[in-house]
Design a protein around this ligand. Sequence first.
Ligand SMILES: Nc1nc2c(c(=O)[nH]1)N[C@H]1C(S)=C(S)[C@@H](COP(=O)(O)O)O[C@H]1N2
Ligand SMILES: [Mo]
Length: 306
Amino acid sequence: MIDRFRSDLTWSDVTPRGMFLNRRQLIAGAAGLAFAGPAAAKIAARPSAYSTDATPNSLADITSYNNYYEFGTGKDDPAANAGGLTISPWSVEIGGMVDKPGSYGLEDILKHVTLEERIYRFRCVEAWSMVVPWIGFPLSDLLARAGVGAGAKYVAFQTLMRPEEMPGESYPILDWPYREGLRLDEAMHPLTILATGLYGEALPRQNGAPIRLVVPWKYGFKSIKAIVRITLTDKRPPTAWNTENPREYGFFSNVNPAVDHPRWSQATERPLGGGLFAGRVPTQLFNGYGDQVAALYAGQDLKADF
Ligand SMILES: Nc1nc2c(c(=O)[nH]1)N[C@H]1C(S)=C(S)[C@@H](COP(=O)(O)O)O[C@H]1N2
Ligand SMILES: [Mo]
């Protein structure tokens, strides 16, 4: 493992707001123009023991190089086209095998959780990577509140379907709406978060506002954006990329340097923001989170269950 996990912080750490802002400013300084622009409301969030020590990419990098096909297939399309997405009011329909199905308003969701900063390594299936200081909370907190029903084995997620504001949905690029899925143990894992912020502020639209999934040991496409529906089920749910091309995109999609994409190697990656001549670095199994998640896949053949 290249990264160490921060061992100096615990779940009970509550950072006073002033200290939090100082830390943010430090990161902002390191990252360049993180807080440029009109004063946005800072979100208070405690640091997390699950954060990596790696230096975050700049806010500019994280918000200008995105995959979000609802807004176009180019990396700069989301930043250019997502500005008109209405993100308030917002609610998430939680259903299927849960004790308390229903429409959960975003404000209400946030009232029941404690936000944390989670600095995570991120690895796209296209072999670029970055480090992102998310603000979010464990998905398990929300699922526990909805009450996971006996017999539930998977969690399905669905993105907003609103072609008027998401122009890509009018084209047959994917089988819209974008869908993803996790096995229940993956969904309940403490590393799996729902993110609502980035760099101490509300999540930009191109990064999946107002609420998106982040699963740091899986390829980026598992981290579905603009979530409106979460369904607990006993059957493995269809997912957008697996439906599109099952040979290239498996259901599990764990970051794995030993399992190549059919069209390119996954052994190395290109860290974003390193400049034109920056070298590639080796990709780590489970994106470096193996100590935390390898046990989930004990006994599974990751070449077959890719
Ligand atoms: N709804 C939706 N979610 C999505 C995508 C998408 O096209 N639509 N792209 C995925 C892919 S391939 C990646 S790499 C990440 C990019 O997340 P970021 O823009 O926050 O870096 O979003 C994922 N989530
Ligand atoms: Mo991706």
